[in-house]
Design a protein around this ligand. Structure first.
Ligand code: NAI
Length: 369
């Protein structure tokens, strides 16, 4: 029986990780094997398969290593034999309902995320074709970690939409592709903890909206400032540190790459919501992530999208808090954050965010078309 049928049973989930041998891929593989395994421990009606894919031969060793971890997640790996071998990607993706993508090159000191576009956009296009050919486009969730997220999510959405049209499948892919911006929220929370000297050992939650690069990253510290009473000068420093936090890691690694361990942590936290949804543990999830605000007919993608479009001068893609179900994908955008955009400090940041983000999005759309 092909896997696509078995993975459609509620509680049976196949997760594909593309780029699994890399700096993010390796620790993310470990987290998925250990933590997803803990989710299904002792539950006979649940089944989880983790399918790893990478073009780097070291994947075989990564897979052998992590496969010895004694959690009930079935681990498989797929490496193409040569550049023309498409079967490894196909087999990895066949029947997957959650696809996580950290495949692509990372930054070196002095590079911006945009400098990665030329190489990584081609990789995303290839992977999109693989997803369209081997997954059920009306059921699969695609999480894009690779940078520049602001441009590669539009590439993924456009490529999947093109493939769906070519294959004559009516699948609203715009509701099922997500750019992983969660590391920015993790950083915002951490930097706030540091500001308060870890008082109360709390993990504060800070909404971060917009995009995932420099000034497109828009952390909303308004509520925290009211609660903790820090100065506008401290606020400006916090915002800047979240926007350029990735550079701290790139510089400290001195040419050996960008954030990998904190990204794997953030990537797991984010992906684990989707695993809960697909396993049937919950009926809906609430996440903040970078999405298309428009569907294939250029209409608002879900409830709340038109309000966000209006507030952002029609920026087609934006990271927003939203609600997702397994059947429908994005069903609703939580627009309560919009009131915070009117605060004095945030208005200026929003203008800079929109102007940079629109260029990033255009780059992705132009590439795909
Ligand atoms: P890395 O270079 O260590 O790993 C990338 C992996 O992708 C390598 O194992 C490589 O063999 C593989 N790969 C390359 N081409 C491929 C293809 N066609 N198919 C499958 N696999 C392929 O890089 P790292 O540090 O893991 O970063 C990966 C990406 O994630 C980068 O683009 C980086 O900028 C991005 N990133 C995103 C963050 C976010 O917050 N969304 C945070 C940090 C990094």
């Amino acid at each position: 029986m092909p896997y696509i049928e078995s993975s459609e049973k509620k509680g049976s989930v196949k997760v594909a990780l593309l780029g699994a041998a890399g700096g993010i891929g390796q620790p993310l593989t470990l987290l998925l094997k250990t933590q997803l395994g803990a989710k299904i421990l002792g539950q006979e009606n649940k089944q989880l398969e983790l399918a790893l894919y990478d073009i780097a031969p070291i994947l075989e060793g990564v897979s052998a290593d992590v496969s010895h971890v004694n959690t009930p997640v079935l681990l498989k790996h797929y490496i193409p034999k040569d550049r023309d071998d498409e079967s490894a990607l196909s087999e990895c993706l066949q029947g997957a309902s959650l696809v996580i993508i950290p495949a692509g090159v990372p930054r070196k000191p002095g590079m911006s995320r945009d400098d990665l576009f030329a190489i990584n956009a081609g990789i995303i296009r290839t992977l999109a074709k693989g997803i369209a050919g081997n997954c059920d486009l009306s059921k699969v969730f695609v999480l894009v970690i690779s940078n520049p997220v602001n441009s590669l999510v539009p590439v993924m959405v456009e490529e999947l939409a093109k493939e769906a049209k070519r294959l004559e499948i009516a699948a609203p892919v715009q509701r099922r592709v997500f750019g992983v911006t969660h590391l920015d929220a993790v950083r915002a929370s951490t930097f706030l903890q540091q500001l308060t000297n870890y008082s109360g050992n709390r993990v504060p939650s800070v909404p971060v909206i917009g995009g995932h690069s420099g000034e497109t990253i828009l952390p909303l510290f308004g509520e925290a400032q009211k609660e903790l009473g820090f100065s506008d000068e401290q606020l400006a420093k916090l915002v800047h540190r979240v926007q350029y936090g990735g550079d701290e890691v790139v510089e400290a690694k001195k040419g050996a790459g960008s954030a990998t361990l904190s990204m794997a942590y953030a990537g797991y936290e984010f992906a684990s919501n989707f695993a809960d949804l697909l396993l049937g543990t919950v009926d809906k999830i609430n996440v903040t992530t970078f999405i298309s605000l428009l569907d294939a007919d250029k209409a608002p993608v879900a409830e709340g999208a038109s309000e966000v479009l209006e507030a952002t001068d029609n920026t087609e893609y934006f990271a927003v808090p939203l609600e997702v179900t397994a059947e429908e994908g994005i069903v609703k955008i939580d627009t309560s954050f919009l009131t915070q955009l009117n605060e004095n400090n945030t208005r200026k940041l929003l203008t800079a965010c929109i102007s940079a983000l629109k260029k990033n999005i255009e780059l992705g759309i132009t590439f795909a078309s």
